[in-house]
Design a protein around this ligand. Sequence first.
Ligand code: PGA
Ligand code: ZN
Length: 420
Amino acid sequence: IIKNIESLEVLDSRGNPTVRTYVELEDGTKTFSTVPSGASTGMNEAVELRDNEERYGGKGVKSACMNVENIIAKEIKGMNSTKQMEIDSIMNELDGTESKSNLGANAILSVSMAVAKASALSLGIPLFQYLGGSNACRIPVPCMNILNGGEHADNSVDFQEFMLVPLGAPCFAEGLRYVAEIFHTLKAILKDKGLATSVGDEGGFAPNCSSNEEAIEFIVMAIEKAGYKPGIDVSIAVDSAANSFSPNLDNHYNMIWSGAGEMSSDDLIDLSSSWLDKYPIVLWEDPMSEGDWDGFSRFTQKFGDKIEVVGDDIFVTNTKFIKKGIELGTANSALIKLNQIGTVSETIQAVRLCREAGWRYFLSHRSGETEDTFLSDFAVAMDGGHLKTGSACRGERIAKYNRLLEIERILAGKSEYRWK
Ligand code: PGA
Ligand code: ZN
């Protein structure tokens, strides 16, 4: 039974305010959860409520915290914390908008996650089992983002994320070791070439490569130099985050960071085609902008039986858009981010929809993160087979990897590690 709810404005990994909510149950259980925040967001994401006052450049979240304490808490105090769906739908009703712009998705999600954590704690079971049942045992393959570009870095690479996918490893701990070793090897390679080894928002390196393709060449080089076989031990995933180089979010693209100039959807498909011939790429996220449904579908038609084509900004973890994507054959997978939709229950519904359609789903952090490890447990609970939660540096990313190591140990011998 929920006894008390309080919220605190804290900072995320970019130094911007975010909402942390504390939940106390009558049995004495106390816990909290903190929400993340994106930078390259989709237009239809649930709305983060910001104060738009002078403090923190307008990014304060005091009003969201107040909404938790003055509006949400009043309604859900006294409720059984395990009634997740009921609690989430009460918050949605209180908000009254489709976009959660009234109370703020940041306010609502902080409560939604904290209530789930409190329930697990009170029942004395790990969060991943509380959310995924006692059979939840698959630890996701860590798609480690080791080279950043686009809106996540200040360099000359247009594509936002290049990830290592250790799908040939025997278990999570080994997979994590493979990619962490490659991270250090890549650092040495970049240093050797006189390139910067400073990192972007998700902890990947952000060198000024001479082209987008050079980024991927460095990565293949690093995989080999670290002693792994590209395509067997470790493959590659790309997130173009094509919204960020489509000025009008349509089928026109302008590669502003590399200076490569304007491209059409077909040009991007040709470029992908040549990369897929040369490099061991197994997953491609947001190859087109969120307005280019047609380009997205053509991309999926062409490559969908070979690789996982993931929609992020185009679907925004919203069943309405995922349904449309399933009907149109826009992709074969959806990125899943809790704060894009704003409650735990609705995120689970998005995952279910993907599963029913035979789609994959890719669990994800945000570029602005916190030390909260909810995502790690959630990814195991959802049995998605893979997640992305940044690089082998930056504490907010490492916290999630460390929690996954812990879960693998909790499951001692019963855990599974399988890409598909
Ligand atoms: P974001 O980026 O968290 O800045 O939206 C992540 C992504 O595009 O996958
Ligand atoms: Zn993305």
